[in-house]
Design a protein around this ligand. Structure first.
Ligand SMILES: NC(=O)c1ccc[n+]([C@@H]2O[C@H](COP(=O)([O-])OP(=O)(O)OC[C@H]3O[C@@H](n4cnc5c(N)ncnc54)[C@H](OP(=O)(O)O)[C@@H]3O)[C@@H](O)[C@H]2O)c1
Length: 311
């Protein structure tokens, strides 16, 4: 089968389109025929070796940790899936990924994919959707009437976080550049701040929740935007606890793993009409270097999806 692998860490030149055997499955795993995978910044961070200390991947490694596809084989202990089931997943980051025609995934890491969207759209959801859900629902516990600031509302995670916070009844403020304003408004943001034209701190009244998807100066500048007792949730770096305490607020760090129960909640939202994935670009496996270049530019709109092949 065709797979995009790395044999060493490095730039986009280390992306290698290889012909390798279809993976064997363990008794608790399913083999998924990949219809679509998606790109996340973690993919090129792994490719570059930035996570090598944290996750000692054996090389060569197939990249990619989002998939929508069809079950092609089930392990002997698997009872919840049958050949032909349409599933989506954010599989274990420590294992070979989904930029391939087939991937072996633990059965408990899969969920039934939403019925009302395509495989391409479904592939865009798992990693970014679990991240947005764990940040907005679990960490921040966003509820009715709360004011929530989502940084990078046009990004893969931000575009879903806006909708999840909005569905929870929050008043949502999102940052983006002017060219993405209409998109971010269409996702349900009540206020959109063009960070290229306005200092965010000058445009935003105090909020209960900040969702930091950018880190660095953005995280630092966001502390003063919080109401007393508020929370800044970061997916970039653990917030400075002393800084939070000084301000009378809290910080939280989210780093996600596989989470099939949340995938089921996301699928229910999609099929119920309260969540729509945003796919801004689609590439084939052969165009993987261009797909990584777009993600690395920091200018992607919504999600970048890799179309692998028909179900
Ligand atoms: N901890 C975790 O478990 C976890 C999970 C998922 C993602 N992450 C991390 O979270 C980050 C975001 O991921 P993602 O997939 O959402 O990224 P992404 O889709 O690549 O983000 C791109 C978007 O960011 C916007 N943007 C860039 N600079 C901005 C700024 N200064 N202010 C406002 N918007 C800005 C861009 O909009 P404009 O072009 O309009 O500027 C673009 O639409 C990545 O670093 C990723 O590795 C962590």
């Amino acid at each position: 089968m065709k797979a995009v692998r790395i044999h060493q860490y490095g730039g986009r030149e280390v992306l290698s389109i290889d012909d390798i055997p279809v993976p064997a499955i363990a008794p608790d795993e399913v083999l998924v025929r990949v219809v679509a995978a998606s790109i996340n910044p973690v993919d090129w961070k792994v490719r570059a070796g930035y996570l090598a200390q944290m996750i000692p991947h054996p090389l060569p490694l197939t990249l990619g940790w989002d998939v929508s596809g069809v079950v092609a084989a089930v392990g002997a202990q698997v009872t919840q899936w049958q050949v032909g089931d349409a599933v989506f997943s954010r599989p274990d980051l420590a294992r070979n990924g989904t930029y391939a025609e087939f991937v072996a995934i633990r059965a408990i890491e899969c969920a039934r994919r939403p019925r009302t969207i395509s495989h391409v759209e479904a592939a865009s959801l798992p990693l970014a959707g679990i991240t947005a859900w764990e940040s907005m629902v679990d960490a921040a516990q966003v509820g009715p009437g709360q004011r929530v600031l989502v940084h990078a509302g046009s990004g893969g995670v931000g575009s879903l976080a806006i909708q999840i916070a909005r569905a929870a009844g929050a008043h949502v403020i999102a940052t983006t550049s002017g060219r993405n304003r209409a998109l971010v408004e269409s996702l349900g943001a009540h206020q959109v701040v063009d960070y290229t034209a306005t200092k965010v701190a000058d445009a935003v009244e105090p909020v209960d929740v900040v969702f930091d998807t950018l880190g660095g100066e953005v995280q630092e500048a966001s502390w003063t935007l919080l109401k007393p007792g508020g929370i800044q949730v970061s997916i970039i770096s653990p917030p400075d606890e002393a800084r939070a305490a000084q301000q009378g607020v809290r910080g939280a760090f989210v780093f996600i793993g596989p989470n099939a129960p949340v995938l089921e909640r996301l699928a229910a939202m999609v099929d119920g009409g309260t969540l729509r994935p945003v796919v801004g670009a689609e590439f084939s496996l052969d165009d993987i270097a261009a797909a990584h270049a777009l993600s690395e530019s920091g200018r992607a709109v919504g999600k970048i999806v890799l179309y692998v092949g028909a179900p």
